[in-house]
Design a protein around this ligand. Structure first.
Ligand code: UGA
Length: 438
């Protein structure tokens, strides 16, 4: 099939490459010249394991092209995937859906045959029905469907080619059949799919992210209690996780969730509920958000106590800037937030990250950045492990002991083997595991 993909950010670029990989002809469009140039040259504008290799393979087949011309992407295609971002609106909790609206307008203006416009962006419930009505008014041959995306950064290719499930928000048999054809290779491979009406399909996505955020904040709330009574949240979490009804995934207590999705999605969901007169139903998400942000404050206050109650004149190494490992994304990164807060309070903050330094520098140019964890940790009064990259969990505590001024480590992600580090002479502090009355 001939597909167009509108928007080549994380979601769009990966979706385009994966659709070409399963055999479709894909032309992906973006207004950003530098993204199009990089992708056309086979270079990913973001870090995603395996993506450069996938790009090279599919570009070589000739089935994938990137363009800055909406017309070139849209004309001749029968299915158009809208994959643009829906960031948080400045000064509001709501999502900004102007890019979705203009993507739909671009498709309608340039389509030269009948087809299906498939929204993949995360949108406030009700958007698809509105767009569907608008498209029906202007174009008789185009129909709207919604097909939410559940990919995780760092696992984007696997999540696209072997998703847990596909959700088809459709209003006709034609739309359902078309999506079955697009995803035929995945469905043949056993991926389950559900059809839904448009609002349900939009809700699946935000409900999933709200649930995941709630699960993380639940265990972080338990961490707060553990800190008071000197209990160990990592043991608590493991014990809870053995119960199949609870499950162990997304139950890692630490610095909480960040990134371009979970934080803004729970806020946008609450804002939308407010507009719909259902504020009470989602009021708990405000608490989920607050618990999450409190973890960052706790990390800063514990760090300050560890270095003697005063950041001024203290050198703090922060290991990690990305919002999670295997990503160079620093949007709403808990690690960078903590680094910036300590810097504001007077600490000399020295940041390292294996992949996210350039993005971090662009956001917080006044922090110190280092090319190696060793350099960041040299003469440090405290190391704060803030993103759980394997590189950091594999650090040899003996070797790092000779680098630092004081052998003190705050593990905000609960990934360090505390015994090994303690045996090597370190004072180890961990969020949610007691012993924080410093
Ligand atoms: C999230 C969802 O997991 C995807 O299903 C969804 O498609 C995506 O948002 C989206 O809306 O586009 P992502 O933002 O890539 O994916 O990252 P996650 O793996 O969900 O992690 C989010 C944050 O939660 C990270 O900061 C991570 O460190 C934190 N986290 C995760 C915890 O603090 N504890 C955990 O147990 C798990």
């Amino acid at each position: 099939m001939r597909l167009s993909v509108i928007g080549t950010g994380y979601l769009g670029a990966v979706h385009a490459a994966c659709m070409a990989h399963i055999g479709h002809e894909v032309v992906a469009y973006d207004t950003d010249a530098s993204k199009i140039a990089a992708l056309s040259a086979g270079t990913s504008p973001f870090y995603e394991p395996g993506f450069d290799e996938l790009l090279a393979t599919v570009l070589a087949t000739g089935r994938l092209r990137f363009t800055q011309s909406a017309q070139e992407a849209v004309s001749g295609a029968t299915v158009h995937f809208v994959c643009v971002g829906t960031p948080q609106l400045a000064g509001s909790d709501a999502a900004n859906i102007e890019y979705v609206d203009s993507a739909f307008r671009a498709v309608v203006a340039n389509a030269d045959c009948d087809g299906l416009i498939v929204g993949k962006s995360t949108v406030p419930v009700g958007t698809a029905q509105r767009l569907s009505a608008e498209v029906a008014k202007t174009s008789s041959g185009l129909e709207v469907a919604w097909n939410p995306e559940f990919l995780r950064e760092g696992k984007a290719i696997e999540d696209t080619l072997q998703p847990d499930r596909l959700v088809f928000g459709v209003t006709s048999e034609y739309a359902e059949k078309t999506l079955q054809e697009v995803y035929g290779a995945l469905l043949d491979g056993g991926t389950p799919y559900l059809t839904a009406d448009l609002p349900t399909s939009e809700l699946v996505k935000v409900a999933a992210n709200a649930f995941l955020a709630t699960k993380i904040s639940f265990i972080n709330a338990m961490a707060e209690v553990c800190e008071i009574v000197d209990a160990d949240v990592t043991v608590l979490s493991r014990a809870l996780g053995y119960d199949d009804r609870i499950g162990k995934r997304f139950l890692n207590a630490g610095l909480g969730f960040g990134g371009g999705c979970l934080p803004k999605d729970i806020r946008a969901f609450s804002a939308r509920a407010g507009e719909l007169g259902a504020s009470d139903a989602l009021r708990f998400l405000h608490e989920v958000d607050k618990i999450n942000l409190r973890r960052r404050e706790k990390a800063v206050s514990v760090a300050r106590a560890i270095v003697g109650g005063e950041f001024l004149g203290k050198s703090i190494a922060v290991l990690g800037a990305a919002f999670k490992p295997n990503s160079d994304d620093v949007r709403d990164s808990p690690a960078l937030n903590v680094a910036a807060a300590m810097h504001l309070k007077g600490a000399d903050v020295r940041v390292h990250d294996p992949k996210a330094i350039d993005n971090a520098k662009a956001r917080f140019p006044t922090l110190g950045y280092f090319d190696s964890a060793e350099d960041a940790c040299r003469k440090a009064d405290l190391i704060v492990l803030a993103t759980e990259w394997d590189e950091y969990t594999n650090i040899d505590p003996e070797a790092f002991r000779s680098l630092v001024k004081e052998p003190r480590l705050l593990d905000t992600r609960n990934v360090i083997d505390r015994e090994t580090w303690s045996r090597a002479g370190w004072q180890v502090y961990s969020l949610g595991r007691g012993g924080l009355h410093v």
